[in-house]
Design a protein around this ligand. Structure first.
Ligand code: C5P
Length: 228
């Protein structure tokens, strides 16, 4: 059903997107950011009255998601990218409002099973690099190559601040570290598909490494152990 799968799981702001997209480009694979899918669903919930005063109306949300789908689309630069309900979403999905609620939305069983099905469908007959929290453990436990990224909290906070600044994202910088801590906790402690390292995942601590160094480590690991 699927081609080769590379999973890149790990904590928030450890460099998963950078590594996953670089690997996808290098091996000419599709690139799927599953965190973005949870953010898009959170955005949809906020805009469709499914979250009021931080309370998520789960059944209302799931009913409204019926018949809506994620799909592949070509953007105006000619790149393959993810769309939801025919639209492409960008940096606005990294706002404080969405970051603050996304882990609570991602805890819901109905949301996870909706996105599980969508992720499986997006990977049909494709070689793909997928980043997230539960990709190597739950969504694609048979992924050929698995990575798990970690990094010190202060480094992760610094990186997230830089991303926010560079992309003009609306975010109170005082709240960046708190948001990372909060999401790590909810993501690691939830009952369904918690964030954890798959037994056969190759771990990279990215704290003191540049993006190129992390990419080189991952690429050398793949090229010395796997054939596509
Ligand atoms: O990767 P990113 O930080 O954008 O993910 C946002 C949130 O989406 C995570 O904090 C987590 O709550 C949720 N998520 C998840 N499972 C995934 C990917 C993301 O629960 N596979």
């Amino acid at each position: 059903m699927t081609g080769n799968i590379i999973s890149v799981d790990g904590f928030s702001s450890t460099g998963k997107s950078t590594l996953a997209s670089k690997l996808a480009e290098h091996y000419n694979f599709y690139y799927l950011n599953s965190g973005l899918m949870y953010r898009i669903i959170s955005h949809f919930a906020l805009n469709n009255d499914c979250i009021i005063n931080n309370m998520i109306k789960e059944s209302q949300l799931i009913n409204q998601l019926d018949n809506l789908n994620f799909d592949w689309m070509i953007d105006n630069k000619g790149n393959k990218c993810l769309s939801f309900d025919g639209k492409i979403f960008g940096e606005e999905m990294y706002s404080f409002e969405i970051s603050d609620i996304v882990s609570s939305v991602a805890k819901l069983e109905s949301v996870r099973s909706f996105l599980f099905r969508q992720q499986k469908k997006l990977a049909v007959k494709k070689s793909i690099v997928v980043e997230g929290r539960d990709i190597g453990t739950v969504v694609f436990p048979d992924a050929k190559v698995k990575f798990f990224l970690s990094a010190d909290l202060d480094i992760r906070t610094m990186r997230r601040n830089k991303q926010i600044e560079e992309n003009n994202i609306s975010f109170d910088s005082m709240k960046v570290e708190d948001n990372l801590i909060k999401r790590d906790k909810i993501d690691s402690e939830r009952k369904i598909a918690p964030l954890k390292k798959a037994k056969n995942a190759f771990e990279i601590d990215t704290s003191k490494k540049s993006q190129i160094e992390v990419f080189d480590i991952a690429k050398n690991y793949i090229d010395s152990n796997f054939k596509f």
